[in-house]
Design a protein around this ligand. Structure first.
Ligand code: PMP
Length: 290
């Protein structure tokens, strides 16, 4: 595997960064998880846009332009002969001193890893998954804004540990007011009375790129989409539920906190959207090979 670090490619064993990098010392940095399908990078522009928004929010100067980053991602896929894969793009604050002052870090580092991912066991996509609500709440907007895709994912890691302890693969995180925010690495959707609903971004959800794609696909099917505040009660009484994420794609949910959702199997709108999403990944994206 060839890993891109600051304009150079390194073998896996030599792909190293400084122990003084504030990405390591403080989680001071940002990242994106991107997918390649059939020799094309899916929604690359949207991911790079979001990376720049995260950078702006933490006052991090990415040392490359939007176009240069897009080219570097595509090139890293090419160097690794990736047709279908998962790309992790990170920008760290760079090496500094042991104090947390980011001004001591002069050179942010750009790292791109192009590999493969299997987030959840394949059978869960057929049967649907069981998830639980966990005690760890989503960060406040006034603390670490959940819209920033930062390298400090401990809030989500803690929630994931709670999910695993409960024998589940994913966890629902509420915000400080008790409304549903999202899952540890996925956005959440429900279907009720034929309408598709997902928590608003103001509830503490990430501006999910898959979330946006799925909302567009649903509207194109004539399904109305709403973003109301949702409680656990709304989830329990939903007809269908599914999660979205670049890694997860669309995964049906059939049980939440011991309550069976709908008919206890992936619902019809979920199945339709899964098919539409797969079709889109086959037909769009930034070409890796000319
Ligand atoms: N929420 C969180 C907390 C995430 O980390 C992610 C990305 N894994 C998502 C939602 C889904 O976002 P996207 O569809 O852009 O991958």
């Amino acid at each position: 595997m060839k890993i891109y670090i600051d304009g150079k490619y390194c073998g896996e064993k030599n792909a190293k960064i400084s122990v003084f990098d504030h990405g390591l010392l403080y989680g001071d940095g940002i990242f994106e998880g991107i997918r390649a399908y059939h020799g094309r990078v899916f929604k690359l522009k949207e991911h790079i846009d979001r990376l720049f928004y995260s950078a702006k929010a933490i006052l991090l100067d990415i040392p490359m332009s939007h176009a240069e980053l897009m080219r570097a991602v595509v090139e890293t896929c090419r160097e690794n002969n990736i047709r279908d894969g998962y790309i992790r793009l990170l920008v760290t604050r760079g090496a500094g001193t042991l104090g947390l002052n980011p001004n001591r870090c002069k050179d942010p580092s750009v790292i791109i890893i192009a590999d493969h991912i299997q987030l959840y066991p394949p059978e869960l996509y057929e049967k649907g998954m069981e998830i639980v609500t966990v005690a760890t709440t989503r960060n406040l907007h006034s603390a670490l804004n959940p819209a920033i895709k930062s390298l400090n994912y401990l809030n989500n890691v803690l929630a994931k540990i709670e999910a695993n302890n409960a024998g589940c693969e994913e966890a629902i995180m509420l915000n400080a007011e008790g409304f549903v925010a999202e899952c540890t690495g996925d956005n959440i959707f429900i279907v009720k009375a034929g309408q598709l609903m997902t928590p608003p971004l103001s509830a503490g959800a990430l501006y999910g790129i898959t979330r946006g794609v799925v909302m567009d696909l649903a509207r194109a099917e004539g399904v109305s989409v709403a973003e109301p505040n949702l409680t656990r009660y709304d989830l329990f009484n939903a007809e269908e539920c599914f999660l979205t994420g670049t890694g997860a794609e669309l995964i049906p949910v059939v049980k939440i906190d011991g309550r069976v959702i709908g008919a206890g199997k992936p619902g019809p709108l979920t199945r339709t959207l899964v098919d539409k999403y797969r079709a889109l990944t086959k037909s769009s994206g930034e070409p890796i090979y000319e």
